[in-house]
Design a protein around this ligand. Structure first.
Ligand SMILES: NC(=O)c1ccc[n+]([C@@H]2O[C@H](COP(=O)([O-])OP(=O)(O)OC[C@H]3O[C@@H](n4cnc5c(N)ncnc54)[C@H](OP(=O)(O)O)[C@@H]3O)[C@@H](O)[C@H]2O)c1
Length: 324
């Protein structure tokens, strides 16, 4: 069994990791560290786990675990790794954006690999440290990577993506407060979202020159999921685009091309990314749907763990969507 530690266990991605790893056939949780809840029952914070686990949060780490997941806000992962040491064999999977960009991907002698299996599967298998991608970044890259792989991003790309409120973490804020968020919709950080850096680096790893990418992030009045659309000029046929996407994702365990237009609920509570292609005149519209906390965070982190430890890529991740 893979012995795992979780840091930041009271947050949303930490909670999702606990749920997945408790059911994982090849892994067991060694400890769940919390800065704010040490000594309390995990099920007091995550009540859905009542009757599933009697574990308590700890205020200390077991430095000999096989893998440690960092579920902390940006900047806190670096601080945590500097303050706490683990064995040389302990693999690290960080869910923050501390190590995602090439220029940030080192901490002392640790070298982080960008953990998008559809792009870096072989590198992930051999990695000791993973920078898990951002949620918007996952949905958007999976929508565009096949085009970049054939140098087909020739003109401006326009992206609109809407996220649920769990994307902002467990702490309440003005824009996650129920009274504001419910029955509401809004955009934020137009064209400047922090995930643009990792999206651009991944596309540039496949296509030398990429066109301007215009990304408008939106807040939706639902709790989970990201529904993204991207469109750009594409003069070949729809059939050629579908063949390109199906070939690019032929070995992907969780990314699938649908013949049908998508809705969000078909992927919520799963580690899937579903894609759909539509052509109108010379425009190709790519839709992409994921669960922000699973394929966009904790599910993808476990997918990376599975690859790093040589167990089946989908182990522990055969989850059921909440279609209705
Ligand atoms: N939410 C998403 O959809 C999503 C998707 C992809 C990536 N991410 C990234 O994953 C990381 C965790 O996200 P999350 O949504 O799980 O966040 P969160 O719900 O806010 O949880 C973060 C946890 O970090 C711990 N923590 C430790 N030191 C802290 C400090 N100084 N200030 C605040 N919290 C501190 C807290 O847990 P304890 O009190 O138990 O220590 C807190 O609950 C972030 O970097 C985020 O950007 C999130």
């Amino acid at each position: 069994m893979i012995r795992a530690g979780i840091i930041g266990g009271s947050g949303y991605t930490g909670g999702e990791l606990i749920r997945i790893l408790l059911m994982h056939p090849d892994a067991e949780i060694s400890f769940v560290y919390s800065t704010t809840r040490a000594g309390t029952k995990i099920s007091d914070t995550h009540p859905d786990l009542l009757g599933v686990t009697d574990m308590r949060f700890t205020g200390t780490v077991d430095s000999g675990v096989d893998v440690v997941f960092l579920c902390l806000g940006h900047g806190n992962s670096t601080a945590f790794l500097k303050a706490n040491s683990f064995s040389e064999q302990t693999k690290v999977i960080d869910l923050s954006n501390d190590f995602r960009l090439a220029g940030d991907a080192s901490l002392d002698d640790r070298r982080f690999v960008y953990g998008l299996p559809e792009l870096n599967r072989e590198k992930i298998r051999n990695a000791g440290h993973i920078a898990n991608p951002g949620c918007f970044a996952t949905a958007i890259q999976l929508a565009l990577l096949p085009l970049a792989s054939k140098q087909k991003l020739g003109n401006d790309v326009h992206i609109n993506a809407m996220t649920g409120s769990t994307g902002a973490g467990v702490a309440t804020s003005a824009t996650t407060h129920f009274s504001w968020r419910n029955n509401n919709i809004s955009w934020y950080k137009p064209f400047t979202h922090q995930h643009m850096g990792e999206i651009s680096e991944s596309l540039q790893s496949l296509q030398d020159e990429i066109p301007p990418i215009h990304f408008l992030p939106m807040r939706g009045n639902f709790t989970r999921g990201i529904f993204a659309t991207a469109y750009t000029r594409y003069t070949d046929s729809l059939e050629s685009a579908e063949a390109l996407y199906r070939e690019f994702y032929q070995d992907a365990s969780f990314t699938h091309v649908s013949d049908q237009p998508l809705d969000l609920k078909q992927v919520v509570n799963t580690n899937q990314c579903h894609l759909h292609l539509h052509k109108h005149d010379d425009l190709l519209l790519v839709s992409s749907a994921i669960d922000n906390l699973l394929k966009g965070a904790s599910g993808q982190a476990v997918q990376n763990m599975n690859l790093m430890f040589g167990v089946e890529e989908g182990s522990g991740l055969q989850l059921k969507s909440g279609v209705f």
